[in-house]
Write a protein of this length. Structure first.
Length: 551
């Protein structure tokens, strides 16, 4: 028994040991499975990470490629744009020849289209209250058995409600009708006002056409201004000008602000530089830019003259004078200046012989004897063919002041008008053409004179001061302002009295002002008009400056 027990006990422990071994092995397998699973998850995560990195890298490469392609496309777009700009500027003249520069007076008139009256919500009245909206339900069988008092009371209350609703409806409807009538009146009044306004406008257009056909200067200037305003130019053009019509010579003078130099592209092409990640511009040769600007301003001049001559205006326009100037700043002084770089006077007969679509603009202007700056891009100025415009001034009929001077008449005894005419005749006798302006609205100008000399000639504005005292320096300075406003080549101040030292110094510094005091005036009248006159100013001071050369 003891041996069997020992044997039986041994089997039990073997079984326990075997079970523990199996559990250990199972645990080892589980652990290996867990490690294997973890390793698989790590490998999967690494694969996902690498895949994400590859995707991100590919996305970055795609982004950079798209950006590069976009930059390449932008460079190509800019190259095409600058080429198109250059082409548009080079064809500025030819492109305009296909249009008809004409303003139809009929198109300037207004036509009123009568818009029918739309009442909107006001035109739809609300539905009036009806008995059906308030009538109580019919009595039940029980109500009929026990009497109809309750039903009759309900009917009475419903009738009262209907009466109140109808009264309120009538008030609202009356208000709607009043508003509708007011809206109809307002519509009719607006239509009448539009028709009256259009009628007044059309009458003004008819008057404008009549004055234009009659050659009235203001109407002619206004018409040709409309013609030029309808001319389409590329962007960057200032589109400013001034027109003056001279009816005696059937001549139109155009003071035209030419485009600045920056309207000409200075780049020839654009290219994307990948290594520097930027768009690089390649400049056009400077000679090409300069030639392009000269070609441009020449085209603007020819095109403007063509647009004016192409208008159907028989008997109104025989010659166009085009003066092209460019506003800029003097680099030496910092002051604004406005140099003319092109000026041409073209007759209709000479211009009609041109085949503009085949001409070289510069050579064509040379054929027309135009004055073109030798260096337009540098804004080197030229003297305009006609720099002044006498229609700015309101002239009065001439009188012969010299014929009225008998003996040694004192100039201070002349009236202001007589003195101004005496000054006018003095300058006429000196070889100039002169006019007296009206006493009002002359902007500080008593007379206007022109020197026909093509080299030193030009417009002169003249002030005549019949003074007994010294002329103030401020008056001399004001003359300089009048000269700039009138674009006069010279200013002359004539007085019966004298000027102070400061005035003489200012005139010398200014360079274009000529001062004529009483002593010099007496000398000039004697020299050119044969007049020995007096200026009765007692105790007159000794002149600070001796008479110099003639103006």
């Amino acid at each position: 028994m003891g041996r069997g027990s020992r044997r039986g006990g041994s089997g039990y422990w073997q079984a326990v040991a075997y079970q523990h071994e199996q559990q250990r092995k199972a645990a080892e397998r589980q652990q290996k499975d867990a490690v294997r699973l973890a390793q698989q998850q790590l490998r999967l995560a690494e694969q996902q990470r690498k895949a994400a990195e590859r995707a991100a890298a590919q996305a970055e490469r795609d982004r950079r490629r798209e950006l590069e392609l976009a930059q390449v496309a932008e460079a190509e777009r800019q190259t095409v744009a600058v080429a198109g700009r250059i082409q548009a500027l080079d064809s500025l003249l030819v492109s305009a020849l296909t249009t008809r520069p004409h303003v139809d007076f009929a198109q300037l008139k207004r036509q009123v289209v009568a818009r029918p009256f739309d009442p909107g919500p006001l035109g739809k009245p609300r539905r009036a209250p009806r008995w059906e909206d308030f009538a109580p339900p019919p009595p039940s069988r029980l109500d009929r058995v026990f009497g109809s008092a309750r039903y009759e009371q309900a009917v009475l209350e419903a009738r009262e409600q209907l009466a109140r609703a109808r009264a309120k409806y009538d008030v609202v409807e009356e208000h709607r009708k009043q508003r509708l009538a007011a809206a109809e009146r307002q519509h009719a009044e607006q239509l009448t006002a539009q028709r009256e306004d259009a009628a007044r406008h059309n009458v003004a257009v008819d008057r404008f056409e009549q004055e234009f056909r009659a050659g009235q200067p203001e109407a002619v200037q206004r018409y040709f201004d409309l013609v030029l305003r309808r001319s389409a130019y590329p962007s960057g053009f200032s589109r400013r000008w001034a027109l003056e019509y001279l009816p005696n010579g059937r001549q139109l003078v155009v003071e035209y602000e030419l485009p600045s130099r920056d309207v000409i592209p200075t780049e020839s092409r654009f290219e994307y530089v990948k290594s520097r990640k930027l768009i690089k511009s390649y400049p056009r040769p400077e000679a090409e830019v300069r030639a392009g600007y000269e070609r441009l301003v020449s085209q603007v001049a020819l095109r403007t003259v063509w647009e004016l001559f192409a208008v159907e205006a028989p008997g109104l326009l025989d010659e166009v004078v085009f003066n092209g100037h460019v506003p800029t700043t003097d680099p030496a002084t910092g002051q604004p200046r406005d140099p003319y770089i092109l000026s041409v006077a073209a007759s209709r007969e000479a211009f009609s012989e041109l085949v503009l679509q085949d001409v070289n603009p510069r050579e064509c202007l040379r054929y027309l004897n135009a004055l073109v700056s030798p260096h337009p891009y540098d804004l080197e100025p030229v003297r305009p063919v006609m720099e002044f415009d006498l229609t700015k001034y309101r002239f009065i009929p001439e009188i012969d002041a010299i014929a009225g001077l008998d003996g040694r008449l004192d100039l201070l005894e002349l009236s202001p008008v007589e003195f101004e005419h005496l000054v006018r005749q003095l300058f006429e006798n000196m070889g100039m053409q002169a006019w007296i302006t009206q006493a009002s609205r002359d902007d500080g100008v008593d007379a206007v004179a022109t020197n026909p000399d093509p080299i030193v000639g030009g417009l002169c504005v003249i002030q005549a001061k019949r003074y007994r005292r010294c002329v103030e320096t401020d008056a001399v300075r004001a003359l300089a302002g009048v000269m700039d406003d009138k674009r006069a080549a010279k200013g002359i101040m004539v007085t019966t009295s004298w000027y102070g030292g400061e005035s003489w110094a200012y005139a010398k510094r200014q360079g274009r002002i000529e001062l004529i005091d009483g002593d010099r005036l007496k000398y000039l009248l004697n020299e050119h008009c044969g007049l020995n006159i007096l200026i009765g100013i007692p105790n007159r001071p000794r002149p600070r400056k001796a008479p110099a050369t003639e103006p």
